[in-house]
Design a protein around this ligand. Structure first.
Ligand SMILES: [Zn+2]
Length: 376
């Protein structure tokens, strides 16, 4: 389990200055401008920001140390709303930078190395979230779903221009004389908010950023094997950003509906099969519902109630494509409740018959042995 200290690569006893220094290092390493299109870097960037958000605040830090990582990030405990990680968006993170990279005499950033854009914020549109539900059959083979999404987009006719205050750099730089000599400090431009651009022409109906809401049909490819509460990301289908910023993502929460006959347990499926007493005695074939259609299976003569038949590979595929589960058919022998006089007489005559005497053999495993087998 990685906790916030691991994420920043520091020990529990780290001082406030050490925490800040560690975060600054991570923020530079994983900054989106340095890692364009790298989703892992972006994830690390967000995680580092979340770790810093908590550990830099003495009250939050105390609460985090007390509760532990799991409880802190999953609960509403002062941290991020529900759901832990992913609660901070890029806007929140960049606004944190004023503190980290702004004042405090940190100079020379963006001149030589550092961020490609000289500290200019890469403005990203907000991520949008939707929930998509699908049947178990759809989840078994994968499906493409078309959903209508209301996204913010740049209004037709809107134009943006370079911010005149910061000249497009997004940063305002000042030279200060300190006891250490002349130091260059920079802070995000408060006219453009660090984006380096401001709106030039605002069409009617557009908001303060020049955006309008538009409904769009988005096609989502859902891979085989998904489960309820898995989340997919459709890059670039969240809100658009103003100017030359990048669009946010569309986050898709998956819901797989319950099936009337099949119960899912990981990649395995369970099916309850009922056979009559004569079918169990004489043997038969039975049609079984699977996620990819019906199959007919033989039922051997003398089958016992409670037997589990394993149909290999007829379960759900794993979402990473490495394996496919099985379909476990639970055999239930249906005992009739209402018999005619003749039928009753027949069974009465069998009462003393040794063929009807239960005599479980080694092969007829007990319920507990079967359960043990299933999970081994
Ligand atoms: Zn500006």
């Amino acid at each position: 389990m990685t906790d916030f200290y691991d994420i920043l690569g520091i020990s529990k006893g780290a001082t406030a200055a050490e925490i800040k220094k560690a975060y600054r290092k991570k923020a530079i390493e994983f900054h989106p401008d340095k890692n364009p299109g790298d989703a892992t870097a972006e994830e690390n960037f967000k995680k580092a920001a979340e770790a810093y958000e908590t550990l830099s605040d003495p009250q939050k830090k105390a609460r985090y140390d007390q509760l532990g990582h799991q409880a802190y990030t999953s609960g509403g405990a002062g941290g991020f709303g529900g759901g832990g990680f992913g609660g901070m968006d890029m806007d929140d993170i960049f606004s944190q930078f004023g503190d980290i990279f702004g004042g405090g005499g940190f100079s020379g950033f963006g001149g030589g190395g550092g961020f490609g854009g000289g500290g200019r914020r890469r403005v990203k549109g907000k991520d949008l979230r939707i929930r998509v539900s699908l049947t178990l059959e759809e989840a078994a083979v994968g499906v493409e779903k078309k959903v209508k999404v209301k996204r913010k987009k740049q209004a037709p006719g809107v134009t943006y221009k370079t911010c005149t205050t910061c000249g497009g750099s997004g940063q305002v730089t000042r030279i200060q004389n300190t006891i250490l000599g002349r130091m260059q400090t920079s802070a995000p431009c408060n006219v453009c908010g660090g984006a380096g651009q401001t709106m030039d022409k605002k069409p009617a109906g557009a908001d303060a950023q020049g955006l309008i809401i538009d409904e769009e049909t988005v096609s989502i490819k859902i891979p085989a094997g998904v489960e309820t509460d898995m989340r997919l990301k459709v890059s670039g289908k969240g809100n658009e950003a103003p100017g030359n910023g990048v669009s946010g993502d569309l986050l898709v929460d998956i819901e797989v509906k319950e099936h009337a006959e099949l119960q899912r347990e990981g990649n395995n499926l369970h099916y309850d099969l009922y056979v009559s007493v004569p079918e169990a005695v004489l043997g038969t074939t039975k049609e079984i519902q699977t996620v990819t259609g019906k199959v007919r299976i033989p039922i051997e003569a003398g089958i016992q109630s409670g037997k589990i038949l394993r149909l290999r590979g007829k379960g759900m595929p794993s979402v990473n494509g490495y394996a496919t589960g099985d379909l476990l058919v639970h055999v239930n022998v249906w005992t009739p409740r209402n018999l005619s006089r003749d039928q009753k007489e027949f069974f009465e005559s069998m009462m003393a018959d040794s063929h009807f005497e239960p005599a479980p053999e080694k092969g007829d495993k007990s319920f507990f042995e079967k359960v043990k087998d299933m999970f081994s």
